[in-house]
Ligand binder design. Sequence first.
Ligand code: SF4
Length: 447
Amino acid sequence: MHFSGRTWRPSYEADSCIIQLTSGCTWQRCHFCSLYAEEPFRVSPLAEFEQDLGEIKAYQPYARRLFLTGANPFALSYERLRPYILTVRDYLIKCQTMAMFASIRDIRDKEVWQLKKLRAMGINGLSIGTESGDDETLALAGKGYTAADIAEQCGKLDEAGIEYYFVYMTGLAGKGRGYWNAVNSAKLFSRLNPYFISVDSLTLFPDTELCRMEREGRFTPAGEKVLKFSTGTSDAMDRLKQELELISGEVCGTLRAGYSLSYGTYRLAGQLAEYYRNYPKVNLQIIMDQSGQLYQQMLDGTLDIAIIRGEYSWEGGRYLLAEERVYMVCSIENEDRKLQEYPYISRKADPYLSGQLLRWIREQGISTESSKICVDNITTCEELVGSGVGWSILPEIALENFTGVKKPLSFKNGDPFIRRTYVFCQRETLRLPQVDAFIKVLRKMHT
Ligand code: SF4
């Protein structure tokens, strides 16, 4: 038998004969996975595949099910899969079904009629590592598809009568997001017809993007309870002090506030100046960071209040501060060029926005391969676009002084592409005068 690289099958395929159709993975971009990092994608030549079928026949002439190995043999087009599948019964006359790993991306480029034919040829049993059904988690994991894609592609499998199995990965959403990952996944999966759902849990492997994110503080695995406990005592002291100040009736004490990077870049100075003018006795502790990080700090209780962009579930106080359109922007000289013809300038974004950007780009049929430039902040992005280097997608807040071309974006279903900014507050700090005063300043400056 020919097996190269890592060969494995799910435990529920233990009774199936295994044969290598591909090795390696066509995607290799999942942020938690380094399984095939050193292994280029390879398709077994048909002659090699036939040789292996002959060997199986010698030992298991009445094999009824085959498992085709490789991370995603289903990535092969209908035309490429066909000869392999048709050859199986030349050797194994009793073989009824063939199973394999597949990705949602692999189903996308197959028509329903092609799936029906593959089903008729014996393909039945796709193990799909969906990992989640929650858009934020899918984007964080770098899966390259959304919950809507899962629904659409599995709908095609249902129509073709192909059986499929899901994998759900616990812990992938990071600390504090597990509940919503579970709820959103359950909602999606129960609309579909997976034959079963197996569950595994996240391991942070050292050479993965998620592990790098963890080292840089951009991802926190669940379970950092000890740290929380050790900071709890000093937090309690702070709260007591603030309660005493509350009794005195004066606006003072400490305000720990977080500003999202994009929002803070344009609004922080004016708002803090106004606040400080009115409440000079308040000790202001301000940080600017990505929205995802601020959200994490709100969950940890290390911030009293945060201005966060994007959609995050929250059980404390939350107010909508601003809602703005998102635009495709380019320089005037690039106005008539097709977007595929010149670089897309991407920037670091939180998982929710990444998902929205991916959705719009995909709906336009633009290959993300054309993304040649990635910058880490919104102002550099706007400057590069203005100088004609490429095009980008930016929210209104970044375009107040932009002199190039800007076109408001909508999704295919007609929904406008919008970006919302919220004020998140801890429930227990809401009645503190310095927090209340801060919210009033924010609201006043937005009316
Ligand atoms: S999880 Fe699967 S699809 Fe993602 S990189 Fe690893 S092998 Fe490829």
